[in-house]
Write a protein that binds this ligand. Structure first.
Ligand SMILES: *Cc1c(COP(=O)(O)O)cnc(C)c1O
Ligand SMILES: [Zn+2]
Length: 414
């Protein structure tokens, strides 16, 4: 915490002390806040040598760059340090020389949201709050519930009616109080805000809590560290509320300010065709509430709460926006699974669908060093995954039946 200077409003630019419960700007009342650090002092501590010596295998290896006190980080789940794979098969299929997959679906509750939730837990502890609350399309909720359980805190979660069964099961098992709201994500969000106001629970609603983007930024630190702090051309991210891509930008921004990387990679923000308010806003300059009509439930956000930071992240990085259809998302799921052994949920595979389109449109070049982030695990939503999978054949229990079948499909493949 000692390197945190203050919070600054992204809208009116005023600054405020970094108190644990400060969410929206107290001056203009609507602006989201950004955590600012003392980069001059940090520069002396956080160097390449620092990382070479640091042995912590979780996001707490980046503690000086995070807005949490170390006393609050004890007894948390081991979030982060997920693998970054060289995508040796996939890169041939998409005709690229340097492609990597960051599998963030391997976090403790199986999504990138754990990076934010574990920071929320620390802030709730700092605020001496025993109950933590959020609204979510699923992953933020199951992540909060799991991380709260580990820390001995209570969680109350508001979900929209369409949340996938896999995610609800996770919540229940983690002991959360789950309220299914008869409405969409917007409705669940609004109700949770009213409840938080009334009871004073700690607010883990990502878009308006400035500390959560700080947790999510660690994915960028890891990518850079895993690639030896070498220059990266593109990072591809699925976008719903916009906190993840804002976090990715912030992470690279920090490393750039510390002189650890030569430039901030360009960010490709990917949305689903059935819900792309941010992509549309980037083109028209106007944010219009969209319908939530896609299988990629984790990014089906009709009214993105962190639109300001998300649009800025893509713009400042000289990135691009792109969108993919549900059928492109399903084929990307199959492709990522069969080419790389990475099982992603639809919202996570959406980034791969976006990468393929960006390659076809010449936005990303063959030689560009590119990292695509898989933000959530495919086991989260098996019903949708089943749509991307073929039914297995049922054979009579005999070796001859297998031989006939196997030789038939081999012939067909030729
Ligand atoms: C939440 C989520 C995203 C998008 O993050 P936002 O902060 O809402 O933009 C992408 N993929 C998965 C799997 C998610 O759970
Ligand atoms: Zn303000």
């Amino acid at each position: 915490m000692k390197y945190v200077k203050y919070l600054r409003c992204t809208s009116c630019n005023q600054t405020f002390p970094a108190t644990p419960c400060q969410l929206l700007c107290p001056a203009c009342k609507t602006g989201t806040l950004d955590v600012l650090y003392d980069y001059d002092s940090l520069k002396k501590k956080v160097t390449k040598e620092y990382f070479a010596k640091e042995s912590t295998q979780s996001i707490w290896r980046y503690l000086p760059l995070l807005p949490v006190r170390d006393v609050d980080t004890i007894e948390t789940l081991a979030v982060g340090m997920t693998p970054l794979y060289q995508a040796n098969q996939l890169k041939k299929i998409v005709k690229m020389d340097n492609l990597y997959v960051k599998d963030d679906g391997l976090n403790p509750t199986l999504s990138l949201k754990d990076r934010a939730s574990v920071v929320a837990i620390c802030k709730a502890r700092e605020a001496q709050n025993k109950v933590i609350c959020c609204a979510s399309t699923g992953n933020a909720a199951s992540s909060l519930a799991g991380n709260a359980a580990k820390a001995g805190l209570k969680s109350i979660i508001f979900v929209p009616k369409r949340a996938p069964v896999g995610k609800l099961v996770q919540l229940a098992l983690f002991g959360a109080l789950v309220i299914k709201v008869d409405g969409d994500y917007k409705d669940a969000f609004d109700l949770s805000s009213q409840v938080i106001d009334r009871y004073g629970f700690y607010n883990r609603n990502a878009a308006i809590n400035p500390y959560l983007v700080e947790g999510k930024k660690t994915v960028a630190y890891e990518i850079s560290e895993q690639l030896g702090f070498e220059p990266i051309d593109w990072v591809v991210v699925s976008v719903g509320d916009g906190c993840t891509i804002a976090g990715v930008y912030k992470g690279f921004y920090d490393l750039y300010k510390l002189g650890l990387i030569p430039a901030i990679p360009r960010l490709l923000g990917v949305q689903a065709d059935g819900c792309k308010p941010l992509m549309d806003a980037a083109i028209t300059g106007q944010l219009v509430i969209a319908k939530e009509n896609t299988i990629a439930d984790s990014i089906a956000v009709g009214e993105p709460r962190n639109h300001h930071k998300a649009l800025l992240a893509v713009k400042e990085s000289q990135g691009e926006w792109i969108s993919a259809s549900d059928s492109e998302i399903l084929s990307a799921m199959r492709l990522l699974g069969s080419a790389e052994g990475v099982f992603s949920e639809p919202a996570a595979a959406c980034s791969v669908a976006g990468l393929i389109k960006a390659r076809n449109q010449g936005i990303i070049n063959r030689s560009d060093k590119t990292v695509v982030i898989s933000t959530g695990n495919g086991l989260k939503d098996q019903q949708t995954a089943a749509k991307a999978a073929d039914e297995p054949v049922l054979l009579e229990n005999s070796i001859q039946a297998f031989i006939n079948y196997y030789e038939k499909i081999n012939k067909e493949r030729k």
